[in-house]
Design a protein around this ligand. Structure first.
Ligand code: UDP
Ligand code: MG
Length: 155
């Protein structure tokens, strides 16, 4: 158990459908803490970096076009074991088989246009938070807003 900060992206399909607030609300209600928020539009360079593991896949050009189509909202989200907690809340990649109750299972119907991105390991969370918030975070994950939701022996 440790306090982690993970990266969530509200993707262009969710932004277009007016779901920025709904996505943030789910994390806040759970008791996770939003440490930073930023809106931006993906460039090709940033996309190739963020989705480097998918660059050779046949769907990559379509993925790139979709990801550049509108605003993306980046969130740095903190909590104990936040990487795993957030991935579980997000649900599996294919929204059509994602469990109801998950963000994808409730808010999307597509494999590609699946509403959100979330870091998949503590290592990628560190890299991805630094990628989308290169100036660092102005709020520490050790803040009371994070810690008060846990017993002291969980921290
Ligand atoms: N994706 C896609 N087609 C696929 C698999 C993935 O368009 O067959 C897109 C989808 O938007 C997904 C993203 O590529 O969220 C990143 O894929 P990854 O396997 O990392 O899934 P995730 O970690 O987002 O669940
Ligand atoms: Mg992934």
């Amino acid at each position: 158990m440790s306090i982690e900060t993970t990266l969530v992206l509200v993707k262009p399909d969710a932004v277009a459908r007016g779901l920025i607030g709904e996505v943030i609300r789910r994390f806040e209600r759970r008791g996770l803490a939003v440490l930073a928020i930023k809106g931006f539009v993906f460039t090709d360079e940033l996309l190739r970096e963020h989705y480097a593991h998918l660059a050779d896949r046949p769907f990559f050009p379509r993925l790139a076009e979709y990801m550049k189509s509108d605003l993306t909202v980046a969130l740095a989200i903190a909590g104990v074991d936040a990487v795993q907690v957030v991935r579980t809340m997000v649900g599996e990649t294919n929204s059509r088989t994602a469990q109801p109750g998950t963000i994808r299972g409730d808010l999307a119907v597509s494999v590609q246009r699946n509403a959100v991105h979330a870091s998949d390991s503590p290592e990628s969370a560190l890299l991805e938070v630094a990628r989308f918030f290169p100036d660092g975070l102005s709020v520490s994950p050790d803040t009371a807003r994070v810690c008060d939701n846990y017993a002291t022996d969980e921290l």
